[in-house]
Design a protein around this ligand. Structure first.
Ligand SMILES: [Fe+2]
Ligand SMILES: [Fe+2]
Length: 278
């Protein structure tokens, strides 16, 4: 089993402030209400979710050294900036029109539950959710059609986030490997797979419910909204359907995030990010 983040991958926090002041279109994904609702539902989980990831990794920071300690530093810097920029993106949502506060309260309630279970539970949730962000980022960068019609600045924000999630995709996982060295392989395996099963249920349910609520605010009936969100996630374009195969690699006993080695493509994606318009 690999015990360290891929040594050839440099993690580079890019302190970019995305100026979203010009965005007046409620459905910033090219007028697509369903796609915008799903992406907004995802974005609404990030500010508090990424703070959880940071606190989980920060708790064990003193237990790692060498390149992993340096990677943890860069991971914390990247997640702090993602949290900040998604907060800015979320501020575009009109609170008089959308139930933003209720959705955020639900996100916080779920995160509060995880926090109440202690640092190891927080780290287990973090590595599971980092697997989700890594596989969604990989598909988004490899098949950028999903946001092709989006406002260019918002599109760049998602690309920036996806590149950095790819860079640091194994950091929390390697911290987990380091701080659970004394656990039996069976205990490690059962806890991380049980945790993933639970997170999968929660994450897919919450994104579906939150996007449905956003669409209901736009005037859809609950049945229409839920059907449209499910189609977007599992049918066409299939945000979740596209990543299902990579998702299951988690359940292999010796899984490591860099088993899916997209480091060569990462060079291209970084160049595309650097050359894309701000
Ligand atoms: Fe992030
Ligand atoms: Fe992350």
């Amino acid at each position: 089993m690999k015990e360290d983040t891929k040594t050839s991958v440099h993690i580079e926090p890019r302190d970019i402030h995305f100026d979203l002041g010009h965005v007046t279109q409620r459905h910033w994904l090219g007028g697509d209400a369903v796609g915008t609702a799903v992406m907004n539902a995802l974005s609404l989980t990030f500010p508090d979710g990424e703070k959880l990831f940071m606190d989980a990794v920060r708790h064990f920071r003193s237990k790692v050294s060498g390149k992993l300690a340096e990677d943890v530093r860069q991971f914390l810097a990247q997640e702090a900036m993602h949290s900040r920029e998604h907060h800015a993106l979320n501020s575009l949502l009109d609170k008089d029109h959308y139930p933003v506060d209720e959705i955020l309260a639900h996100v916080r309630e779920r995160i509060g539950f995880t926090r109440s279970r202690g640092p190891y539970a927080m780290l287990l949730s973090t590595i599971a959710l980092e697997h989700f962000t890594a596989i969604l980022a990989d598909r988004h960068l490899a098949q950028p059609d999903l946001l092709i019609a989006a406002d260019p600045t918002i599109k760049r924000l998602w690309r920036w986030h996806a590149v950095e999630e790819t860079e640091h995709k194994a950091v929390a996982f390697d911290v987990f490997l380091a701080v659970t060295k004394h656990w039996s392989p069976t205990k490690r395996y059962l806890l991380r797979t049980w945790s993933m099963a639970y997170i999968t249920w929660q994450f897919s349910r919450n994104i579906t419910n939150h996007a449905t609520r956003l669409l209901i605010a736009d005037g859809s009936s609950e049945v229409q909204a839920r059907r449209a969100v499910r189609r977007f996630l599992w049918g066409t374009p299939g945000l979740f359907r596209r990543v299902w195969r990579t998702y299951f690699s988690w359940y292999r006993p010796n899984f490591h995030p860099w088993d899916h080695d997209n480091s060569a493509q990462l060079y291209l994606w970084r160049a595309q990010l650097a050359s894309s318009e701000s």
